[in-house]
Ligand binder design. Sequence first.
Ligand SMILES: [Zn+2]
Length: 334
Amino acid sequence: MKQVKLLAIFAILILPSYISYKQPFHYYSYKEMEEFLNEMEEEYPEIMKFYSIGKTYGGREIYVVKISDNVSIDENEAEVLFMGAHHGNEKLGYQFLLYFIKSMCENYSKKESVAYLINNAEIFVVPMVNPDGVENNTRKNVEPNNCIGENIFPILKGVNLNRNYDAGWNEWRPWYFLSTTSTPYGDLILYFLDFPPEYRGEKPFSERETKAIKNFVESRNITIAIDFHTGAGKIIFYPFGYTDKKKPKDLEKFISIAENISSINGYDYAEAGEGVIGMAIDWLYEKHGIYALIIELTRNVAPRDAEEVREIIQLNLPVMHYIVNRAIEEKGRI
Ligand SMILES: [Zn+2]
């Protein structure tokens, strides 16, 4: 009897903390993303379609989603590109983009402002640039580098895809070691020092994923691109990352875009800087003149608190509308 009483007291003391325990946020798996995209396409075939632009080492597809009126026709409209999960463990990026896709499709017939964007732009979204990384919860992709010891230390496998683009790729300097290593063994050292892995790959576009993005971009005429990340805080970055010596010749335009995003979500903005070579945004701008920026959604790589995730998503949805609007405006100026 005494034991029962004790148990009852114990339950009363402990239970409330279980009840108030927050539901952890569920991030989609690659399979769940695929199912979600299929459902969306089935429901909104007039304005949404998706297709593969490449296959990963792990046999997964790199999907691009197109949202536009007359979606199966290539129209002369402003083109925007949104990308997520270059770093596979940064899950909020792709989850946010999937939510964006859903919200655009659902509101096409309900909100005039959304219909305007879909009718006047071709919106491309690559939610998971690195689906193998997403599935393995790794920053890099998971392709073997054929180096000694990679079966003992899995950290030796894979390339940091956002260091593999052809932008200042050869500008590597020893003192930039912490932001970009030139051998996979550097990642082993970073691993023991508790830094994220940064191996840039054997050569620019050595990776299937970056090649897929390159071919896709070069088949289009994109005006603005946003690459979503997490882990560096709530901040917007514009080029260049690989050098502090030169500024983009469109610096004013970049600052204007960053300022406007900041006025919506309250994030800080800055030049990427710090000698980070091989980034997508630098290549997109330097090689193709695309106004390309990074939005770091939050400090936590993959927040688990569902409430926090919802807040970040709600805060940044209007940013997406602004970007598409701005691309339409920019195209109108040509
Ligand atoms: Zn990242």
